[in-house]
Design a protein around this ligand. Structure first.
Ligand SMILES: NC(=O)c1ccc[n+]([C@@H]2O[C@H](COP(=O)([O-])OP(=O)(O)OC[C@H]3O[C@@H](n4cnc5c(N)ncnc54)[C@H](OP(=O)(O)O)[C@@H]3O)[C@@H](O)[C@H]2O)c1
Length: 305
């Protein structure tokens, strides 16, 4: 007889419900609790078991997942839990937050007598959760991670970063930095496109797929690879006479700023980038590539070099 797998899930927002649906569909005994009951009913209709309280939910499985809007909600909800129900159970927290919040949640979990705490950073949307390309990064108790590693492939690609809890919120922020950078560029270019005769109905999606995706996946990926090597080697000048020096890029950004204004758009998203470029040029970096901006990002007195 195959062993029945069991999980308790606290929080049925967009992400919690997506997690619960995967467990239910994979045949796990899935006990759920949510502050508002309508979302519980939806999951129960799909095969989940309802818990009448947080304590009952925690008591139903050795493995407990919590996924709420923020750390304060997690602390409030755990504050209603009975320590007897938590004893010996492992808590996995998929709620986004900071390293300090992760530490606080672990302390609360230990006071409640959970035996182990694992912090997870989900780098997937509810739609992409479960795809092998979708990463979930973990930090904290390694024994618990190793015990779920194989089974949790149903949620995506599990990556263990170490026992230092801070690493999970950190990688979350690192990955979202990259995402928001791309999203900002896309929004500004599409806003400009939309002001012009180049745009027609459905044009934003066509522009993304036909122009931007090939542009990024060929030309821009090569440029970013060059930047990555330059950063690794701490050498920001290309010796082959190719590339785009900051002196040129300052003018490019300046022209772009004027164009945005001429088409009735603000330049707020790119103004800070132009300021960073000018700062590096003023420090003597005119001949360097854009990768050298990594030197002007650190705050004065920080540990980065
Ligand atoms: N959605 C995504 O694409 C995504 C992607 C990666 C990571 N995440 C992370 O996953 C976590 C949950 O996100 P989500 O998308 O599921 O958010 P959501 O759809 O807004 O759901 C929020 C959840 O938190 C509960 N909640 C809010 N305030 C509460 C309180 N004071 N006490 C008790 N419960 C409370 C809500 O309960 P009610 O239903 O009763 O309001 C609901 O279950 C967040 O940390 C988010 O950053 C989300």
């Amino acid at each position: 007889m195959p062993v029945e797998r069991s999980v308790s899930l606290i929080g049925l927002g967009l992400m919690g419900s997506a997690l619960a649906r995967i467990f239910v569909n994979q045949g796990w005994k899935t006990t759920v609790w949510n502050r508002s009951s309508a979302k519980v009913d939806t999951l129960v209709a799909k095969g989940a078991l309802p818990a009448a309280s947080v304590t009952e939910c925690i008591g139903a499985s050795n493995l407990v997942i919590i996924c709420l809007i923020n750390a304060q909600a997690v602390h409030d909800v755990l504050g209603d839990a009975d320590a007897h129900s938590c004893a010996g159970r492992s808590l996995i927290n998929y709620t986004s937050g900071t390293r300090v919040q992760a530490q606080q949640t672990q302390e609360i979990a230990m006071k409640l007598s959970f035996s182990a705490y694992l912090h997870g950073a989900v780098l997937a949307s509810p739609e992409t959760l479960g795809l092998p390309q979708s990463p979930i990064y973990y930090a904290g108790d390694e024994e618990v991670f190793r015990s779920i590693e194989s089974d949790f492939k149903i949620l995506g690609r599990s990556v263990y970063l170490g026992d230092d809890l801070a690493l999970a919120p950190l990688i979350g922020c690192i990955m979202m930095d990259a995402f928001f950078g791309l999203a900002v560029g896309f929004l500004q270019s599409t806003a400009l496109l939309r002001t012009s005769r180049l745009y027609s109905a459905g044009g934003a999606e066509r522009f993304l797929l036909e122009e931007l995706v090939p542009f990024f996946s060929h030309c821009q990926l090569t440029t970013l690879s060059d930047f990555a090597r330059q950063i690794d080697n701490r050498k920001y000048l290309r010796g082959d006479g190719n590339g785009m020096p900051l002196s040129l890029l300052v003018q490019t950004l300046d022209n772009m700023s004027k164009t945005h204004h001429q088409y009735g758009l603000c330049n707020d998203l790119f103004g800070p980038l132009l300021n960073l470029m000018r700062a590096r040029v003023a420090q003597g970096g005119a001949a360097e590539e854009m990768s050298s901006l990594i030197k002007v990002i650190p705050e004065p007195g920080s540990r980065c070099d």
